[in-house]
Design a protein around this ligand. Structure first.
Ligand code: ADP
Length: 210
């Protein structure tokens, strides 16, 4: 069974890796950020919290995730992208009694993350991610998705100020999860500077080669 958690700082590539892994292994991608962004279209309070880079409360998040995990499609394996984000959420997840087989920690330097965040643009239709400031990550046509032709958008929280809050929140709240899961023995640390190298490393673990 492949029930997976991804832990990573903001813009480390959780979304991109999740999409690739889900396609290859036929898993369900549960991105709490994506779910919340959808909800924030009709919820001003939520949109405002997210724009500032603040976390949403643990009970709301846990309810949202536990309901999603009960759906049938999760029975064949899933990736949790963005949850848990602090020790309390990890505890609440462990109370759900769902087996987690792999926890990947994607490690990236803060400076690289900042650069990725500021130029990041993505496709609201298929989720592909690009960067308008990094040559090898630009779309072929300005602002158009290579894959599906949709217009690309910039996330409201992808600016330097919000990144600062998100990164600090990550160090303070999410980083301690690494020790939490290390003690539970199924943690894999992956250097996540290059997209394909990261993906290949994750696949090696999932294929049982490491
Ligand atoms: P990133 O990891 O790049 O910051 P995400 O898309 O995972 O982006 O999350 C975007 C925002 O959604 C977060 O800054 C936070 O406001 C909210 N969010 C997502 N997941 C959680 C969670 N598990 N707990 C609390 N807030 C969350």
């Amino acid at each position: 069974m492949k029930n997976i958690i991804l832990i990573a700082p903001p813009a480390a590539g959780k979304g991109t890796q999740s999409k690739m892994i889900c396609e290859k292994y036929n898993l369900v991608h549960i991105s709490t950020g994506d779910i919340l962004r959808e909800k924030s279209k009709t919820n001003v309070e939520l949109a405002d919290l997210m724009k500032k880079g603040c976390l949403i409360d643990d009970n709301t998040m846990t309810k949202l995730v536990s309901e999603r995990l009960k759906e049938d499609d999760c029975k064949n394996g899933f990736i949790l992208d963005g949850f848990p984000r602090n020790i309390n959420q990890a505890q609440l997840l462990s109370d759900m009694n769902i087996n987690i087989n792999y926890v990947f920690y994607l490690n990236v330097d803060e400076e690289i993350l900042k650069k990725r965040i500021v130029g990041r643009i993505s496709c609201p239709n298929c989720g592909s991610v690009y960067n308008e400031q990094i040559d090898e990550s630009m779309p072929q046509k300005t602002n158009i998705c290579d894959k599906c032709g949709n217009n690309l958008i910039k996330r409201e929280d992808d600016n330097e100020e919000s990144f600062k809050t998100r990164y600090e929140t990550y160090i303070l709240n999410t980083f301690p999860l690494i020790d939490f899961y290390r003690n539970n023995s199924n943690l894999y640390e992956i250097n996540s500077t290059d997209k394909m190298t990261t993906f290949n490393e994750i696949c090696k673990v999932l294929n049982g080669e490491i």
